[in-house]
Design a protein around this ligand. Structure first.
Ligand code: GDP
Length: 141
């Protein structure tokens, strides 16, 4: 069976617009349990480190500036088939292409300010969760 955990961020646009509560409600109603969660900010070069895999992409600098522009919520989520099911719940990267009812369709404002992050693999889910949380902070369910 695939991993039971994924990692998410509620990005600065959604947090700043006051949509964090509504998005967390959708996440919980879809069956995900919160294992760890915090409000934080990707200050300094933290966004650059988090998105290091994207450093060759043309939007890397803009993405890092945007992701450090305000507070975010970082969270580890648990559910069977967590990575794939969460990608389905958030929808396509560009909200214009996101399916009806997905978090990005409802709350994203652009391809960059797209409301939420969701890990794209089991391996990255573990790496990204460990970027924000120590083992002690992962309460589990
Ligand atoms: P994701 O896995 O759906 O988050 O998408 P990617 O891994 O391809 O990109 C990471 C993040 O970079 C996205 O969630 C967006 O915030 C941002 N992004 C992706 N494509 C673009 C783009 O073409 N332009 C800009 N400005 N940002 C982008």
């Amino acid at each position: 069976m695939s991993t039971k955990r994924t990692f998410t961020m509620i990005k600065p646009d959604a947090f700043g617009a006051g949509n964090a509560g509504a998005i967390l409600k959708m996440i919980e109603e879809a069956g995900f349990k919160l294992v760890a969660m915090k409000i934080t900010r990707l200050a300094g070069d933290a966004a650059g480190k988090f998105y290091a895999v994207h450093h060759e992409r043309p939007f890397y600098k803009d993405l890092c500036a945007y992701m450090s522009s305000g507070p975010i919520i970082a969270a580890i989520l648990e559910k069977d088939n967590a990575v794939a099911d969460f990608r389905k719940l958030i929808g396509a990267t560009n909200p214009a292409d996101a399916a009806e009812g997905t978090i990005r369709k409802l709350y994203a404002t652009s391809i960059e300010a797209n409301a939420v992050h969701g890990s794209d693999s089991d391996e990255n889910a573990a790496i990204e969760g460990n970027f924000f949380f120590s083992e002690l902070e992962k309460v589990g369910v």
